[in-house]
Design a binder for this molecule. Sequence first.
Ligand SMILES: [Cu+2]
Length: 652
Amino acid sequence: MAQHPLEPLDAHEFRLTAGVLRSELDLSDSWRFASIELKEPTKVEVKAWRPGSPVPRAALAVLWNRADNQTWEGVVDLTGERVVSWTLVEGVTPNFTVDEFHEVDAAMRAHPDVVAALQQRGINDMSLVVVDVWAYGRSMMPEKYADRRLGWCDLWCRETPDGNPYGHPVSGLKLIVDANSLELLEIEDDHDHGRPDVDVEYVPGPWKGELRTDLKPLHVTQPEGTSLSVEGTELTWQHWSMRLGFNYREGPVIYQVRYDDRGTVRDIAYRLSLAEMVVPYRDASFDHYRRTAFDIGEWGLGFMTTSLELGCDCLGEIVYLDAVLHDTAGEPYPIKNAICLHEEDNAVLWKHVDAALGAEVRRMRRLVVSCHVTVANYEYLVYWRFYQDGNIECEVRATGLMVTTPFELGGAPPPTGTVVDTQTYAPFHQHFLVARLDLDVDGDGNTVMEVDSRALPISPDNPYGLALVTEATPVRSEAESARDYSWESQRSWKVVNPSKTNRVGTNPAYKLVPSGSFPALMDPQAPQYLRAPVIGHTLWVTRHHDDERWPCGAYPTQSTHDDGLTRWIADSEPLENTDVVLWHVFGLHHITRLEEWPIMPVDTVSFWLKPFGFFDQNPSIDVAPSMKNGDHCHTGAGPHEHGERGDHSHER
Ligand SMILES: [Cu+2]
């Protein structure tokens, strides 16, 4: 029984949703569940809800009928066990599913035409073959297949059963598949660049190198346990509190982030998540031109979430949370250890050494909410971190196996990638992530201010030209809401509560500090850009609406155009002193490297949300010294550090 309206659906509720829809609508076996998730109560309802009140429970399910490829949305009241609504959504394709990924792989490997095509290339052992299905953008699909649930497939062949699955692409050979009927519609045989002799293995055994032996054990222990606590889905740590959610698409969702500021519990964010990821490969060749993935909208971070293992994925004293999702029959399954909660030591939080007082230093501890996903060849590791000084950091690490293909023997390597091995290159691509940040700074009446730094010209008041000021400009309406990062002005954005003031009379705010943004570098008329114009700007601001969740539209799979952000801002709603949502675009501009072959060490990107006048002074001043029983840290405390007299004339 759910204790709070934002708890994710449990196994019983998934089963109930599928059961009620199936029986009330008399659905045949040709129907499949693309997704089932909690139908979140509105923000207004959640804010009005109090413990002890009835917990509203409803599910939103997206189904499609394999017989006619039509998509329907069903809402089920889980308390009354009845269908509340059942709506046809025309002209859309719901997300591809884990079931289909496996079904297409199995069906294609068993297909005589595929077997024959591979035999022609000397591949006879189909158990070594991997078939990876990708979803299309409709503008790239052959017109005659426009009404189908269409996939295109890469083919790969391992060297040995325990070899790298993505080490040996079958170049120039693609399969076009109907994912509903599992029909092989076409084999596209464009070229054969052979199978270069490449060094692809990474698993010891097939990888013949020698492992390092000179690392001594490193143990992270917390003999008294962890300082975080979890009750139901509510997580508290230090002065922070928040509620954890999880769904098929966003994976982890963090709700109701609050900070206990000396006895006053203050709102910071209502809901934080990653809402879309767009990965265009920037290579026009046959092997790659249709390779654009929407890893969140097409596949789902939740569906792709893998179990974490203690000592490998997370070190130390860990609290794991399991997740529950469902297959296309609506049958629930658990993901053991889906979310990892733990504390990390992160070196120094603050410090000063004074000749007279000695060193005063605090260790930094942070709370980490993390989750790993594997989308075919790639992994994304997501870390939401909460700090003692009020900072919030979202870090994403990309790792796994890059897509590579051979180029023509004796030919020049393509300019759109990096050569990583014999006659083999890894095409350039980009990973655009869109974070949906529903901040509520001391409540939901907020204004987003764009803050630019400016150097003042030399003048009688500024004779040395050193004066630097900041200029803050409100983002007044949705018409102005697509904002770009500016290196020249070190731009950032503050989410300000104009109705509140801090100790010095300014408005409390949280500041979005981008650190991983890059221009799309794509023609705005490019079909993949038209599907995802969100990637064209660093920040979008919208007025909060409960149903505005997916920045490239609810159904980006096989889409031709944006049905999300650009549509939402078309009415140019006013944004000042209202409930704003920030959509921050960040990610990896992946110019592939030789060192990322054959497996990629993590590439890391992040953004920060930092308090700006939210607290009246350093909120971490109350963090206790790490040495207990009266011991002090003695580092750097001697007068010899500053000379005999111990003056500290070079304080800066
Ligand atoms: Cu990449």
